[in-house]
Design a protein around this ligand. Structure first.
Ligand code: KIV
Length: 280
């Protein structure tokens, strides 16, 4: 879709999206879009397409490195992925996840990790999984100059405690406690709150309770922003797609067809043709 087609829903693009622009979106009833990216070229394509925000998710562990969970990825690996993404962008705001093991022990540990992501990779903000118990961490990182997006609801780094991939915030006083957690994180300094796999009505109530923007993945349509993993959204990943994913392309089939055609051409001797060679 051309930029002018979405103009009624988008403010003029700034030189670089910052937290202030995401806050303006919330204040003015607009939305923003986010995708994950893990490398230079996809980041460049997403940036040129006008994406406001790019997340260097710790989901690189699954989607790039082939691990079964997000748990094994290290700070050093996140810094390599995040730096590659930052170098591919001009306008998008780039956030990176604090990986498992890089922040849980103390606010100081979190701040040291966040500073490494800013200093060594050049990200503009970090995202951290976890609720109220991390309020002090959010405060210290923010005071140190690193904007923090809090991530609540289903938090994949805690999947062993949460009992696998499950919708969060159902039943009992779950909605109230989610609103409480989100508010505490906002008050601690989080510039935004991301909700993963949260019932749409509860995510709406959280969004209404907060003055900062919210971002959703599997959390309905009331959040200020939406995020998807790019390999899901563009159909590169094999296997069953989560219910909350809308697939906009089928890259897995396209790539497979292209590689099959290339191999056939090589085996048949039709590639390279004369035009692909050099004269002496
Ligand atoms: O790592 C990730 O991909 C995430 C999601 C919210 C998209 O944290």
């Amino acid at each position: 879709m051309a930029e002018n087609e979405i103009a009624p829903y988008a403010a003029p693009a700034p030189a670089r999206y910052r937290t202030v622009h995401l806050q303006q979106a919330k204040d003015e009833g607009r939305r923003f879009a986010m995708l994950t990216a893990y490398d230079f070229q996809m980041a460049q394509i997403f940036d040129e397409a006008g994406l406001e925000t790019i997340l260097v998710g710790d989901s690189a562990a699954n989607n790039v490195m082939g691990h079964a969970t997000t748990l094994p990825i290290t700070m050093d690996e996140m810094i390599v992925f995040a730096g590659s993404v930052v170098r591919g962008t001009r306008r998008a705001m780039v956030l990176a996840d604090l990986p498992f093991g890089s922040y849980e022990l103390s606010a100081q540990q979190a701040t040291e990790s966040a500073i490494r992501l800013v200093k060594e990779a050049g990200v503009h903000a970090v995202k951290m999984e976890g609720g109220e118990r991390y309020a002090e961490h959010v405060g210290m990182m923010t005071d140190a100059g690193v904007p923090v997006m809090a991530h609540i609801g289903f938090t994949p780094q805690s999947e062993n405690v949460l009992g696998g991939y499950r919708v969060q915030g159902r039943g009992g006083d779950a909605a109230e406690s989610m609103i409480h957690e989100a508010t505490v994180l906002q008050d601690a300094g989080a510039f935004a709150v991301l909700m993963e796999m949260v019932p749409a009505d509860i995510a709406r109530r959280v969004d209404e309770a907060l003055h900062v923007p919210t971002v959703g993945i599997g959390a309905g349509g009331a959040t200020t922003g939406q995020v998807l993993v790019w390999q899901d959204m563009l159909g590169l990943r094999a296997g069953k797609m989560p219910r909350f994913v809308k697939q906009y392309a089928d890259l897995r089939s396209e790539v497979s067809q292209a590689v099959t055609a290339y191999r056939r051409d090589v085996l048949e001797g039709t590639f390279p043709a004369p035009e692909h060679g050099f004269e002496s």
